[in-house]
Write a protein that binds this ligand. Structure first.
Ligand code: PMP
Length: 427
């Protein structure tokens, strides 16, 4: 029954029933973790062949005869670029392949613009004392961490089911030239699993920022990460920008972290010629070249984009049952009470739940005391501050199916218990 329709007496009964269930779970001394979006061991195992795909007798040359064991090719080996180009929906010549982490490339890019604006004649961002960054939220905590580290004032942009609130984005960037960028996870956003609509992408390609050096940080981390048979489609931002003549706006990132091995995959970025010139000019000082042996391993493993897609189907078959468990518990246990809402994503790594306002911290605390670790409440907002204290990110990939069943039972009981207590408090 919906809690808002319950009498005080019914709520008190519900409270004691929930408390009893909660105490029973606590007595089990469980240790379950739904906090970070890490692939499970089973997922890592499907990429294991990559570890012995090269041996001491392998030919480590590229098709053009370049020996990958040696220095050189600062922007990566040519053969891997078409794969990333198709993942990021750009031309292969816009790609720079990097090291093992796209987040690292995002950090490096902001760090670069702090000392050199991407536009000739504009002030480096370090000299813009009131520099600001737009942060669609709920969003990825590590993005917010980067802009906080570099001293940006972060402006929260609410997320809608079509992506960031574009009315607000358009208005803010047109008015204020100290706004230098925006974080976007356009496909299966972290944490809600929302894919930006065609209209949202087109509006991004048509932005008129007052700052000439405003950049869209388009983190396509989940571009091939479908988990259902009805995948979302994201249109190409770069293609749209070609139509509007604003190819200087986006800088696009992705990696194979959640395709092969997080921390030991390959990352890449894409940008138009002008941005890339500035970016490469800095990398030239930063490194002689990245890990081309790992790039070669990835090419030999996947061959082409179809290889990537076939591999992602294997991830899907492992992940789908986990997402199903999360959604089943939410629907059956929390749904009828009306105390929480959530999106049903077609891909990505998370389910974001909006519990009753003012109870997210409490839910996380209750779960922790019962042995279930969740991402800290508030982490999905700039400065770790969720103004409604409502959003919780569930990461279902790492636990086993049995662990997930238990963890979700506890999550649902905690969500309802915190809500009942809140309603009773306010009565
Ligand atoms: N972007 C997003 C949106 C992510 O969720 C993650 C990983 N959780 C990353 C980037 C990190 O990617 P990488 O391992 O390539 O640094």
């Amino acid at each position: 029954m919906n809690y808002s329709e319950m009498t005080k007496e019914q709520l008190l009964n519900e409270k004691s029933a929930l408390e009893k269930q909660y105490e029973d779970y606590k007595a089990m001394n469980l240790k379950l973790d739904m906090s970070r979006g890490k692939p499970s061991t089973e997922q890592l195992n499907i990429s294991s062949r990559i570890l012995d795909i090269l041996t001491s007798t392998s030919d480590c040359s590229t098709e053009k005869g370049f020996d990958c064991r040696n220095y050189g090719l600062m922007d990566g080996i040519t053969e891997i670029k078409p794969i990333f180009a198709q993942m990021m929906q750009v031309d292969p010549d816009m790609i720079m392949v990097g090291g093992n982490s796209s987040l690292n490339m995002m950090f490096d890019t902001i760090s670069l613009f702090m000392t050199k604006s991407p536009v000739e004649g504009e002030k480096p961002w370090l000299e813009v004392k009131n520099r600001k960054f737009l942060c669609p939220a709920p969003g990825y905590d590590r993005h917010f961490g980067i802009t906080e580290y570099f001293g940006f004032e972060m402006i929260t942009i609410p997320m809608t089911s079509e992506g960031p609130d574009m009315d607000m984005v358009e208005k803010l960037v047109a008015e204020d030239d100290s706004i230098k960028g925006i974080w976007c996870v356009p496909k299966y956003s972290n944490p809600q699993g929302i894919t930006y609509s065609d209209e949202t992408v087109k509006r991004f390609a048509n932005l008129n920022p007052k700052a000439k050096d405003f950049r869209i940080f388009w983190d396509d981390a989940y571009c091939v990460h479908d988990v259902t048979e009805t995948p979302d489609k994201l249109i190409s931002l770069m293609d749209e920008c070609k139509k509007t003549g604003k190819t200087d706006l986006p800088i696009i990132f992705c990696s194979t972290s959640k395709i092969t091995f997080p921390g030991s995959g390959v990352a890449a970025m894409a940008a138009d010629e002008n941005n890339m010139k500035v970016i490469k000019e800095k990398y030239k000082y930063q490194t002689i070249s990245f890990d081309k042996v790992n790039m070669l391993r990835h090419i030999l493993f996947f061959k082409d984009i179809d290889g990537v897609k076939a591999h992602m189907d294997k991830h899907k078959s492992i992940l789908k049952p986990k997402f199903d468990i999360v959604l089943k518990h939410l629907k059956e246990s929390v749904g009828p009470t009306g105390v929480a809402t959530w999106f049903e994503p077609n891909g990505g790594y998370f389910v974001a739940v909006d519990v009753m306002e003012g109870t997210a911290k409490k839910v996380v605390e209750l779960c922790k005391e019962a042995g279930v670790v969740l991402t800290g409440a508030g982490a999905t907002y700039p400065y770790g501050n969720d103004p409604k204290d409502s959003n919780i990110r569930i990461a279902p990939s790492y636990p086993t199916l049995d662990e997930l069943e238990k963890a979700m039972e506890i999550f649902c009981v905690a969500t309802k218990l915190a809500a009942v207590n809140k309603i009773l408090e306010n009565m």
